[in-house]
Design a protein around this ligand. Structure first.
Ligand code: HEC
Ligand code: HEC
Length: 330
């Protein structure tokens, strides 16, 4: 065969189309991802929300797949290719300036997301996520529908749970402040109610608690603990007012265990998030002492100057001399 320019072009085209067929067309026709156990079809709103997610570059800061090194972060399952069956385009993101969002559905109720999208710092005071207020409420609602769909069927379960508890917490809130608090405390397992804060409310402990409050709580509960933080206009029920809690002390004495339980687990159905994965135990006790002393005006904190002796606490007074056991330093 004579190698003419026409043959060269034809041959080149044949090689090109053979590669495209083998590497693009054939796989696209034959590779059908089996749906994963959590997969479900997206609603039209959620699909529009995904478009907004892609257009606004959310994936520059968030990923949408759980990796093996996420077990320690509280992930409940590994990502499966069948999770992304209908995701077009499949922009999973690799950056994690913010958190992985693949299990975001039902983590928070919609009112939390509204406040967060309008200005992230209202609910997360040191957040560096930008404000999306310019989008307007309609688009924010679509974006919220999308993030609430993340996690598929498991996310739906959490979203349903938020909805049920939202109805209950709103009913309690509308019944008036005192019955609201009784209802909230009624959800706490009884063993936690008469539990004092085991750490002394020393100056260091209160300063630590103050810092934690500013970093995580002030946007909702407000600088003076009355629930008038910047997130309040978006929250239903609104953030709790701590300054009226004194009359709700259990047996006129206890408040520490209640605070610890609520901060650890959050209050499902309300904007109150859980902090069990962010704050260590000691910090939860410290912020509890801070709220109790500064806003409630009373703390049940342990009176012992050194807190829990055996826990390796540094004595709170510089002049504190450990008891002489005759055995030298422990
Ligand atoms: C510049 C980086 C950045 C961009 C861009 C960004 N985020 Fe974030 N996002 C963060 C950070 C940091 C956090 C964690 C602090 C917080 O809660 O605001 C966060 C938190 C979140 C959370 C809450 C996670 C949780 O449950 O605590 C959601 C939901 C979220 N982002 C959605 C979005 C969406 C949707 C977009 C796009 C419209 C977006 N983010 C764009 C940085 C970013
Ligand atoms: C996004 C808003 C938001 C943030 C952030 C937030 N809270 Fe709350 N908090 C609430 C709401 C809403 C309630 C419940 C209101 C209701 O049901 O009436 C609540 C309730 C509580 C309660 C229950 C009090 C009781 O007597 O049972 C405690 C304690 C509490 N918050 C502490 C904190 C602490 C500490 C932080 C920071 C580490 C924090 N909250 C961050 C919104 C928030």
């Amino acid at each position: 065969m004579k190698m003419s320019p026409i043959m060269l072009v034809l041959g080149g085209l044949m090689v090109f189309w053979a590669s495209v067929s083998l590497m693009v067309i054939y796989p696209a026709l034959t590779m059908k991802e089996p749906p994963s156990e959590i997969y479900r079809v997206e609603s039209p709103e959620e699909a529009k929300g995904l478009d907004l997610y892609v257009e606004n570059g959310c994936s520059y800061c968030h990923s949408l797949f759980i990796r093996t090194n996420d077990w320690g972060e509280g992930a409940s399952r590994m990502a499966d290719r069948g999770d992304y069956r209908a995701m077009r385009p499949a922009i999973l993101g690799t950056e994690r300036v913010g958190s992985d969002l693949s299990e975001e559905g039902g983590e928070h109720p919609d009112d939390w997301h509204l406040a967060h999208f309008i200005n992230p710092r209202t609910v997360s005071p040191v957040s560096l996520m930008p404000s999306w207020e310019f989008m307007g409420r309609e688009k924010i609602a679509l974006l919220t529908a999308y993030v609430q769909s993340l996690g598929g069927k498991v996310g739906d379960y959490r979203v349903d749970r938020q909805r049920i508890w939202k109805e209950r917490s709103l009913a309690a809130y509308r019944a008036g402040p005192d019955s609201n608090i009784s209802w909230i405390h009624g959800q706490i397992p009884p063993v936690w109610l008469p539990m004092p804060n085991p750490y002394a409310a020393t100056e260091a402990d209160l300063q630590r608690g103050h810092k934690i409050y500013q970093q995580f709580c002030i946007g909702c509960h407000g600088a003076v603990g009355d629930g008038n933080g910047s997130a309040r206009p978006y929250m239903e029920p609104p953030p709790l007012n701590f300054t009226t809690l004194r009359r709700h002390l259990v047996d006129n004495k206890y408040i520490g265990g209640i605070f610890y339980y609520q901060v650890m687990n959050g209050i499902t159905g309300t904007g109150m998030p859980y902090f069990k994965r962010i704050l260590e135990s000691e910090k939860i006790w410290a912020v509890s002492n801070y709220i109790a002393v500064s806003f409630v005006g009373y703390t049940d904190a342990a009176k012992a100057p050194a807190g829990i002796e055996a826990a390796g606490e540094v004595p709170w007074k510089n002049s504190y001399v450990p008891p002489d056991t005759g055995k030298g330093a422990p």
